[in-house]
Structure formats: structure tokens, C-alpha cells
Design a protein. Structure first.
Length: 494
């Protein structure tokens, strides 16, 4: 810490020297005419002689990420949003700017104007003849950034992470491209993008513990949304037949490599279709996104070289019961509560005495099956207890027309044929209310307005949610959700 303070004090002295020389260290707008990558692409193929003959000049601005001072001359690299380029300073050329030159540090943002040439090592370089100080850096950039070892520091100081780790910046560019591609895909297929409230009087649309807040003017408690589902289905009632929302959801749950309390979801609904339609739709959507981001359908997976996830459709469709049976879970466990509880105890799966059968099966599935679902796989037909908003299967009313998509051992998407029977929906809500009374903090509430909306008729429909954070993790072979969220939630800094 003392070394850092000494470095900061030295930079503060340089800042003061700039001001004493009449130079503002936090400058005015600068007319940028060129980008580093554009200059490299346009002139990178020219020889030393061709550059001299052309007498090409450029004007750039960026952060100085290296600086080698040789007294009367210096080499540096300037980094802008497009990339970096080498620059060369000579005191006898930058006449009148020696005060800036003498007080430069790595991390400073400068504007430069100069002529392109090639050095003895043949590197394309800008010979600077005009130098402008745009922002003086008071803190030194780290000389080495230790990757995952310093993950929390990287997430907490993402602004530094982006400066010194180009691959991190590229990952978030890919994330932006992914969101853009999603919008293009849905818009081209007749969907309407909508926005629904983020503060709900009644939290609904998922089983999760909500964050609670208070509206002073209205004198009422509100909840940050755990899902936009109920509002989007009200739009189906109102006549929108294809809607989607790219939304932020908030769930008051633990933080892990796969969970952040606020996260981004794509949620969409299609009238007059069912969950079978959405499986085919998803088999087209995700490969399309994979091609847009990575240029192909095979993506590296895991830390071992040679492992891949292949997004080529079609993908297996397996019922939840069959998937569990394949991993040695007897069908009786799926059908009888006592057998399920005993199986959980035998396999050291923690369960509460009040846990209902459906939730118990879900915990067994997470332990025995989920980690093994590496290649894209649809798991279908969940217990109705786990799916309070999904339509029952006609031939098995205790089961719901629902699927979850698993890739890389993680749930990526959740979808079902939507329940549109208001009486059945009211009964399911009431079951959630009873579960909440029994201590289940993730159970839902009674939503009278949603039941009323169903009484006006919601057409048969299917809906799906896809986690954007987990999807970009898969498409970039990233292991922690904190690596794909610019500013993830962290414990307070000590």
C-alpha cells in the first residue's frame, strides 16, 4: 500500500507541474480522425519506402499502455476502442510540448498527430509531432493481471480489467452482439418487443425469493420482479400474439458461479402453439446465435483441450423420469414420496421434512442428472407441483407440458405450454399460498388480477425463458457468471 501511495504522490506532482506550465491535465474535446485498427488495416501492408513516399498522417486519441523513455526519445503504445498502435516521441519534433512529454505516465489518455513510418524492427509506428494531454492518470495500471486468481478484484474494478485484458473486452463485445442478434431474430419472425414493470405489487412468474422495497408516495410495499411472465401473458389476452422482452430479473438467492441476484433473461410467448413447437424453435434459435457469435456450431467446453459442445440439431428429448432412470433412479422414486425421501437420504441430498414430492424430485435430478447433461438436451414432462403456471398433460394430469434445456451441465432455458384455465390457475395459486404458509419462501402468491385476465380468455400459447448470462457463458467457454456480467454483485469491499 505504501508503494502505491508513493506512486500516486509522484503522479500528483506531475499533475501539478503540468498545471504550473499552463497545461490543463483534464483536457477539452479532441478531434479524433483515425482509429488504431483502421490505420493498421489500411497501411499495415505498405513497406517502409511506400510509407515514406505517401507521407501518411493520422490523428488518434487513446490510453498510453506502455512507455519506454530513452531521454530525448521514447516509444509508447496508444490503445483506443479498436486496438493499439505504437507511437514514437522525439523532443526535437514535439516542439513546445516538452512539459507534457516529461510528465507522461502509463495510463494517461493523450491525443496525438503524426506521420506513419516503420521502425528498424518493421513495426508500423506514428512519429508524433503534436501531443495533447487529455486526462492524467493518478493510479498506475497493474504490471501483471493474475486472471482467475484475482477474479474478485477484476470484477470489483472492471474498469481496470477492461483496460489491461483485451480478451475481457472482446467477451463483452460478443455479449452485445448476442443481444443484437436475438432482437434481429425475433423481429424478423413477427415478434413485438415490449417492456413490462420491474416493480411488482405481487411477485410472480417463477418460484423464487423476491427483493422487497417500499414506495413512499403510494405508501405500499413492492417487489423487484422475479420474472415478467404474468405481464407478458396479459398481453396475449390483449391480442398480442408474439411478444418478447429482454429483461433484468432480481432473485434474493445465493451467489455462485451460476447465480447472480440480478440477471438478464430473454422471455417470449407465442399464441396458438405448445411446448413441442418451442423445442423446435429453440433448436433453430440457439444454433443461429452460436453461428453469429462464433462462426460455427462447435464451441470449446471446459479446461481440457479437445472437448466441445456441438450445437447441431436435432437435440435429444428425454422425460424427467426417463433421464433419472438412466442414472439409476428407480421409477418408484418418481411416483412415491416415501421412496423419494429415502433415496435422497441414501444419496446425502439435504431435504426439509416439509418439502413436497415435486421439489424433492428436482433436488434429486440436480444431483444425479444435471451435471451429466453436457450436450444440448431437452428434459421434458415435469411434475405439476414444480410448474404452477404450466398446462397439464392430457394423458398424465399430474405432469406438466414443460421442458428445460440443459447444456454444459447447466439449465439454460425453461418453457411450457401455458395454463389458460382460470379455475385451475386459481387452484395452483392457492397451493402456492399454502406452501408459503408452511415456510416455503420461494412459493408464489395469489394474483387475482392475473386470474381475472385469464377469465377474459388467453389463447392457447407457449412461453419460454432463456438465461442470457448462462448462454454467453456457454458460447464463450466461460466458467463463472461473474465473468460475463460487467458489474456483478459482490460483498462489500474490506
Amino acid at each position: 500500500m505504501e508503494d502505491l501511495n508513493d506512486l500516486i504522490q509522484e503522479r500528483l506532482k506531475k499533475l501539478n507541474r503540468l498545471r504550473e506550465a499552463g497545461i490543463e491535465p483534464y483536457g477539452m474535446p479532441f478531434a479524433v480522425k483515425d482509429k488504431a485498427a483502421e490505420v493498421a488495416n489500411k497501411f499495415g501492408g505498405l513497406s517502409k519506402e511506400e510509407l515514406e513516399a505517401k507521407n501518411e498522417r493520422c490523428t488518434l486519441a487513446g490510453r498510453m499502455i506502455s512507455f519506454r523513455d530513452f531521454g530525448k526519445t521514447a516509444f509508447a503504445h496508444i490503445q483506443d476502442a479498436s486496438g493499439k498502435i505504437q507511437v514514437y516521441f522525439s523532443k526535437d519534433v514535439i516542439t513546445g510540448k516538452q512539459d507534457i512529454f516529461k510528465n507522461l505516465d502509463i495510463g494517461d489518455i493523450v491525443g496525438i498527430h503524426g506521420q506513419l513510418f516503420r521502425t528498424r524492427t518493421n513495426e508500423l509506428t506514428v512519429h508524433v509531432n503534436d501531443l495533447t494531454m487529455l486526462c492524467k492518470s493518478l493510479r498506475p495500471l497493474p504490471e501483471k493481471w493474475h486472471g482467475l486468481k484475482d477474479l474478485e478484484i477484476r470484477c470489483r474494478q472492471r474498469y481496470v480489467d477492461l483496460i489491461v485484458n483485451p480478451h475481457v473486452k472482446e467477451l463483452f463485445i460478443k455479449r452485445s452482439r448476442l443481444v443484437k442478434a436475438i432482437r434481429s431474430y425475433f423481429d424478423d419472425r413477427g415478434f413485438i418487443e415490449v417492456e413490462t414493470p420491474m416493480m411488482h405489487r405481487i411477485p410472480g412468474g417463477a418460484t423464487a425469493r423476491p427483493f422487497k422495497t417500499h414506495h413512499n408516495a403510494l405508501g405500499m410495499d413492492l417487489y423487484l420482479r422475479i420474472a415478467p411472465e404474468l405481464y407478458l401473458k396479459k398481453l396475449l389476452v390483449g391480442g398480442f400474439e408474439r411478444v418478447y422482452e429482454l429483461n433484468r430479473n432480481f432473485r434474493n438467492e445465493g451467489i455462485s458461479a451460476k447465480h447472480n441476484p440480478e440477471f438478464t433473461m430473454l422471455e417470449f410467448y407465442v399464441a396458438y402453439e405448445d411446448y413441442n413447437y418451442l423445442m423446435s424453435f429453440t433448436e433453430e434459435l440457439i444454433p443461429y446465435l452460436c453461428k453469429e457469435i462464433n462462426g460455427g456450431l462447435r464451441v470449446p467446453f471446459g479446461e481440457e483441450s479437445g472437448e466441445f459442445i456441438d450445437f447441431t440439431p436435432p437435440w435429444p428429448r428425454i422425460s424427467m423420469m426417463d433421464a433419472m432412470a438412466k442414472e439409476g433412479v428407480a421409477p418408484a422414486v418418481f411416483k412415491e414420496m416415501d421412496k423419494a425421501r429415502q433415496f435422497a437420504l441414501d444419496n446425502k441430498i439435504d431435504v426439509d421434512r416439509k418439502t413436497v414430492h415435486g421439489k424433492l424430485l428436482d433436488e434429486i435430478f440436480k444431483k444425479k442428472v444435471e451435471p451429466k447433461l453436457i450436450q444440448p438436451t431437452f428434459i421434458t414432462d415435469y411434475p405439476v407441483e414444480l410448474s404452477p403456471l404450466a398446462k397439464r398433460k392430457k394423458d398424465h394430469p399430474e405432469m406438466a407440458e414443460r421442458f428445460e434445456l440443459f447444456i454444459g451441465g447447466r439449465e439454460v432455458a425453461n418453457a411450457f405450454s401455458e395454463l389458460n384455465d382460470p379455475a385451475d390457475q386459481r387452484e395452483r395459486f392457492q397451493e402456492q399460498v399454502e406452501a408459503r404458509k408452511q415456510g416455503d419462501e420461494e412459493a408464489g402468491f395469489m394474483d387475482e388480477d392475473f386470474v381475472r385476465a385469464l377469465e377474459y380468455c388467453m389463447p392457447p400459447a407457449a412461453g419460454e425463458g432463456i438465461g442470457i448470462d448462462r448462454l454467453i457463458m456457454l458460447l464463450t467457454n466461460t466458467f463463472s457468471i461473474r465473468d460475463v456480467i460487467l458489474f456483478p454483485q459482490l460483498k462489500p469491499e474490506q
